[in-house]
Design a protein around this ligand. Structure first.
Ligand SMILES: *Cc1c(COP(=O)(O)O)cnc(C)c1O
Length: 365
């Protein structure tokens, strides 16, 4: 018998299935009251005043940037090491990304690198940070720079639902926090996203942008999009949100078992900053001695899924070859060759964890 342990798997129970059936039967399959209910519940979970549901994490980011006033030719500092959506959203507003290197231990944006950029360049308008793999950036240092240089802060929380820095929720630090509910994330609605904010004008701008720039029906004040979330997705989101803390707890427990039992000198286990509550969207190892690809192949042969997030920095992606981006990074260029993530999601049961640990500890390369 083959047990394949996937790198990610959404948890869909009778509750989600039944709520979808009831929405379908109600006929309100596009807009409906679940959308508003989900916006209120999710923003309140993040301790923010307002929520704007969107069609994805990517559209949440794009709308948040525009709602905060980011526009053509503005420059936005961001990390070179993330999912490409973080940067496409900047480019889609007409603004330009300025890439910072990352911290070797947390994989998050390096505040040292950000500081260097800010000292050298004038006219940077905003910073888009990513709380990668479920761990918050160093928010003390980020907030200090945000205040000193008067930056607009946008948080990409697409991997950090429920994560915290010194007890404060990811998404509640900046002008806006953006979340994804894609099935590999800590909670899902199929496709879907959310912006959270404390500012009324950002909320109003974002609401209009997601809905073709319309406040009064068929009167379009600005050029917007259809980036709305469906009532079906929102209903699923409400059921998932109720279980988010439980999902995150299981991820953390699984990570603890991996931390305690993985013992292989070729591997470096995830570093967790004592100020963060890590929610382990990914459990990411560093593999030494250029053995990362062998490690991934080895686990594949043993039916254990892995993910390499990310094997390229964003600016070196082919789609950006025409842009004159910074493409050399001291840390990220090293880290991209070392990382591999292993299964940590809530459906990884104790016997599977044992098998993962046993297999990994035998890896010799
Ligand atoms: C998943 C993800 C996104 C995009 O979310 P989608 O819902 O897939 O559009 C953006 N940023 C990061 C860091 C992500 O992990």
């Amino acid at each position: 018998m083959y047990i394949i342990i996937n790198i990610a798997k959404p948890i869909i129970t009778k509750e989600e299935i039944n709520t979808v059936i009831s929405v379908m039967q109600s006929g309100n399959i596009a807009f409906g009251s679940y959308v508003t209910e989900f916006e209120e519940a999710f923003s309140s979970y993040c301790n923010c005043k307002y929520g704007i549901a969107t069609s994805s994490g990517t559209t949440a980011l794009e709308v948040a940037l525009r709602a905060c006033g980011i526009t053509k030719n503005d420059r936005v500092i961001t990390t070179c090491f993330s999912f490409i959506a973080s940067v496409n959203s900047i480019l889609n507003t007409g603004a330009l990304p300025v890439f910072a290197d990352i911290d070797e231990k947390t994989f998050n944006i390096s505040t040292k690198s950000v500081k260097k950029i800010l000292e050298k360049e004038v006219g940077i308008k905003a910073i888009l940070i990513v709380h990668l793999f479920g761990q918050c950036c160093d928010m003390d240092e980020i907030m200090e720079l945000v205040r000193k240089y008067n930056l607009i802060l946008i948080e990409d929380c697409c991997q950090s639902h429920g994560a915290e820095w010194k007890g404060k929720k990811a998404g509640s630090f900046g002008e806006a926090g953006c979340f994804s509910f894609y099935p590999t994330k800590n909670m899902t609605t199929g496709e879907g996203g959310m912006i959270v904010t404390d500012k009324k004008h950002i909320y109003e701008n974002a609401k209009m942008l997601t809905n073709h720039g319309m406040k009064v029906r068929y009167y379009h004040d600005i050029i917007g999009y259809n980036y709305r979330m469906t009532n079906i997705a929102a209903a699923i989101g409400l059921r998932q949100l109720e279980k988010l803390d439980e999902f995150n707890k299981k991820r953390t427990e699984n990570a603890f078992v991996l931390d305690e039992n993985i013992n292989n000198e070729l591997l470096e286990k995830p570093f967790v900053d004592k100020n963060t509550k890590h929610t382990y969207n990914q459990y990411t190892l560093k593999i030494r001695q250029a053995k990362r690809d062998q490690f991934v192949d080895y686990l594949k042969k043993n039916d254990i899924g892995t993910g390499v997030y990310y094997s390229l920095t964003i600016p070196e992606q082919k789609c950006y070859s025409e842009y004159s981006f910074q493409r050399k990074f001291n840390i990220a260029d090293k880290v991209k060759k070392e990382v591999a993530s292993i299964p940590v999601h809530p459906l990884v049961t104790d016997d599977k964890l044992e098998l993962i640990v046993y297999t990994i500890n035998k890896f010799k390369g």
